[in-house]
Design a protein around this ligand. Sequence first.
Ligand SMILES: NC(=O)c1ccc[n+]([C@@H]2O[C@H](COP(=O)([O-])OP(=O)(O)OC[C@H]3O[C@@H](n4cnc5c(N)ncnc54)[C@H](O)[C@@H]3O)[C@@H](O)[C@H]2O)c1
Length: 258
Amino acid sequence: MTTVAVTGAARGIGEAIARVLAERGYALLLGDLDASVVDLAASLGGVGGVLDVTDQTSYEAWLSLVPSVDVLVNNAGVMWVGAFDAEPSRVARRQFDVNFHGVVRGTQLVLPAMRARRSGLVVTVASAAAYISPAGEATYAATKHAVLGWMKAVRQELAGSGISLALVMPTVVETELAVGTVSGGVPRLSPADVALAVASVIEKPRFETFVPARVSALTRVLGVLPQRGRDAMYARLVPNQVQAADPAARAEYESKRL
Ligand SMILES: NC(=O)c1ccc[n+]([C@@H]2O[C@H](COP(=O)([O-])OP(=O)(O)OC[C@H]3O[C@@H](n4cnc5c(N)ncnc54)[C@H](O)[C@@H]3O)[C@@H](O)[C@H]2O)c1
């Protein structure tokens, strides 16, 4: 049976991934800062444990709860929204610690056993913000660009190893992380939409998957347009969260998770 380890699985996209994978018969290891993940895992027939992806000891202890991991889903993430010059440096560092260094740590920790078996898959829930940087999400988008840049190099390093890497890049999803933000030209996704994309990548690995898929075309067009055309497309399609997000609606999320 294939064992899938999912970080940030207590709620939102991670919980949806866990539910879809449980239905499809995968063995699960679920982790989150929030201890409710233990009961969730038990209800899905899996193993759960408190996990802080920013802490090496915590991560190692969590992975040791199962004999081996065939697929790691790096999903835990945090986001702060607002003008770049109002962002506390502690909050910027926290986003890098969780969204980037947490992904690096998890990938490094599962790699030795995968190398020995010459098989394995690491799926990272990045974001469309790996390619597109909405105003008001400067550091968050930088963390997701960093994940993409890192994975592109690691993918080369793993060529021929039997280990695959995959990025799933959704637009705005209806979860706590996105509360009080606006979605721009793309309808808000449900966590289940992203979970189905992750499940399909586990079944048939590919490096980059946008959710919805048409965002791939948008990023390609943005890549070839001259700057003036790019600015016009941003103005039409990419939400400006400095102007449009609701800080009062985000206050509880940001004080709890950042
Ligand atoms: N919601 C969106 O609009 C959206 C869009 C694109 C990508 N994403 C990405 O999807 C992933 C999941 O986000 P979500 O929307 O479900 O958010 P969420 O806030 O609903 O869930 C994130 C989970 O991660 C956990 N977590 C946070 N820090 C952690 C840490 N240090 N160690 C372990 N767990 C930790 C939280 O406790 C929470 O349960 C994130 O990587 C996020 O960047 C979200």
